[in-house]
Ligand binder design. Structure first.
Ligand SMILES: NC(=O)c1ccc[n+]([C@@H]2O[C@H](COP(=O)([O-])OP(=O)(O)OC[C@H]3O[C@@H](n4cnc5c(N)ncnc54)[C@H](O)[C@@H]3O)[C@@H](O)[C@H]2O)c1
Length: 253
């Protein structure tokens, strides 16, 4: 008997990075997992890695109908829903705010913020039916501090943390927990594609714990624990997993 036997989980952004690591870890603990992503080729690879316990689907989290279809598919295939990990996200284009295109701002909001709302809204009635459940949203350390050049990203990640707190307040009565995770520098396609090598080295150098970026598995471990009954009194909270990068100002030379 493992923590997630008989449980059904949805993971968005599951084609790679944090989402793929989380989906594999949930399945390893007994869950049936709907792995969802806009990249249908790579999300099928995630399902193939997992095997029988996984079903892959394409979703565009920026689209309400697509999110609703994703949740309905999970309930149809698994007969229930216990956990949704709203994890899909994009960094968006880098530019200072006066030069930010309106299109980029809207796209980042649509995916990073509206996507979390849509997934949550679609999942809530099913979690209520199941007698409770867990919603985990991926924010960022950029949901707690600013970062030059990515104001849409920072704005959406701050919003995810506030949204998460409110859902926790509204649905605690239904035994539904809602938490967010705030990763720091994680070695995924997002960071590899969004920063130059020297910038990544600079970020790693700012991490007190080992001067390194994290593996996606190190975030997945937190996510799966938060979704488990071990975290039965944890809700409304955000959880940094950042090697201490925003703990404060290091005076180390
Ligand atoms: N990597 C980091 O350092 C870091 C730090 C803090 C927060 N995060 C957050 O972690 C989450 C996962 O990112 P990652 O680092 O694993 O990067 P990633 O690029 O590997 O994963 C993001 C996934 O989201 C998917 N996606 C993008 N737009 C989508 C859409 N419209 N609908 C459905 N899926 C879509 C992508 O195809 C991709 O598979 C994101 O929300 C990101 O903001 C990452």
């Amino acid at each position: 008997m493992t923590s997630f036997d008989q449980k059904a989980v949805i993971v968005t952004g599951a084609a790679g990075g944090i989402g793929r690591a989380a989906a594999i870890t949930f399945a390893g603990q007994g869950a049936k997992v709907l792995v969802a992503d806009i990249d249908k080729t790579r999300v099928r690879e995630t399902a193939a890695i997992i095997g029988d316990k996984a079903i892959a689907t394409q979703v565009d989290v920026a689209d309400w109908q697509s999110c609703r279809d994703m949740v309905e598919l999970a309930v149809e295939k698994f007969g229930r829903l216990d956990v949704i990990f709203n994890n899909a996200g994009i960094a968006g284009d880098r530019a200072y705010t006066a030069e930010q295109s309106l299109q980029n701002w809207q796209r980042v909001v649509d995916i990073n913020l509206n996507g979390v709302f849509y997934g949550t809204r679609a999942a809530l009635p099913h979690l209520q039916n199941a007698g409770g459940g867990v919603i985990i949203n991926t924010a960022s350390v950029d949901g707690l501090i600013g970062m030059g050049g990515i104001s849409p990203y920072v704005a959406t990640k701050h919003a995810v943390i506030g949204f998460t707190k409110t859902v926790a307040l509204e649905y605690g009565k239904d035994n539904i927990r809602c938490v967010s995770v705030a990763p720091g520098y994680i070695k995924t396609d997002m960071t590899a594609g969004g920063f130059a090598r020297e910038e990544l080295d600079g970020l790693a150098n700012m991490v007190p714990l080992g001067k390194r970026g994290a593996e996606p598995q190190e975030v997945a471990n937190l996510v799966v624990w938060l979704a488990s009954d071990q975290a039965s009194y944890v809700t409304g909270s955000f959880h940094q997993v950042d090697g201490g990068i925003i703990a404060g100002v290091s005076m180390e030379q």
